[in-house]
Design a protein around this ligand. Sequence first.
Ligand code: F6P
Length: 453
Amino acid sequence: MSARFATRSLGERSIRSPLSFVAPFVHGLPDGAPGFTHDDAGVLYDIELPRHASHVVPRAFERAGPREMIFFDPKKVTAGVVTAGGVCPGINNVLRSIAVELRHRYGVERILGFRYGFAGLDVRSSEIPFELTTDVVRDIHSRGGTFLGTSRGICDVEFLTAGLAKWGVDVLFTIGGDGTMRAAHMIDAEARKRGMRVAVVGVPKTIDNDIPFVDKTFGFDTAIATARMAIDAAHAEARSVDRGVGLVKLMGRHAGFIATHATLASHDVNACLIPEVPFELGGPGGFLAWLDERLARRRHALVVVAEGCSKGFEGLPVELDASGNVRFNTEAGDVGHLLRHAIEQHFEGSGRKATLKYIDPSYMVRALRATAEDAIFCDALARHAVHAAMAGKTDILVGRWHRRFTHVGLDDVLAHVKRVDPTSDLWCQVLESTGQPPFRNSTSERSERAVVK
Ligand code: F6P
């Protein structure tokens, strides 16, 4: 027995799937044709058993995968795809695999790619969507960015839903981060209100890896691999001079996943600063005192800071982007610059010199083509999104949990946030790898905000 995370479907599935599978070399599969998945198949949320818990009802996600009976008749379906928000490695892989799975496996002939994010879906837009034929998508996976174009901005859901009606879209794939999932959820609600039978399926995309109930978003691996190159370069710079400091700022608006994983991938980082773990600059227990001591002892230091640490600096001007997100890459709000100035000021006139090299790989970490690992992941996510949509699943995203593909209701996704947990194995591993102290002057103080003084 398990408690299910809720998902929604458009209705009864009465059409036999055109998919067929080569029978696997095992006998006695419990039921159904080999390769098909059933709605009652689940993926456990928690695979660890708490101590002394004999009567725990495990929670589970619905298992993603092809269904034997589907909701939509492939011959009559129009599919639409939107990519929104910042770019991310692998978007074009997802687009290509969605188009190929729809066309070659299900036989869907009309697949529309809306231009420049939700702006292109808006009924008032003059942009004509691309027809995603096999020829059109053939080579797109070899490039970074998004073939369709993207945008940020607050959209009017009524105009977007009217756009779906205008183009006759039955299944809509939304590739994006939390803002995109919010828009998808609203489009689903509006379509329902209008009595439209549209399946809205999200594919979670962000290098920040901060989508709840998804163990990893696509593009994250590529971002880490690129970030590690920046860290390697900063390390080489720092070690090549006496009292060298390599400082690397990495993206991650609210979450320190890129910074922590890149730190672990590098093995060389001595301090990793993330927004989830408050730190102090000054005072005997602060970051600058540690840096002093580190340079005296080891003659170099390598520091990684996540961009979201800016919010710990009090009194900074807050700028928002078109979607209402805080922008951290402004001149005044850039934590890399703030930290660099703080370090330079600290050593200036102290008689203890330090040679600091600052590297900000910036958009490099998200604008390149996907690594092999991400490319495989993107392909699987895309095909599972197609299976979900053709089965009439809606208001969900396709996620991955314990390396299994899942359906997660957007209600659940939007009601939670995903951040680095300072009590998690991940953060403990960072502390073990870097050997960094807490950068706090008082251990008794507990605060949710970074306290950069
Ligand atoms: O959300 C992904 C992300 O790459 C963040 O890490 C970063 O803060 C943001 O996008 C910057 O995006 P842009 O400059 O395109 O608004």
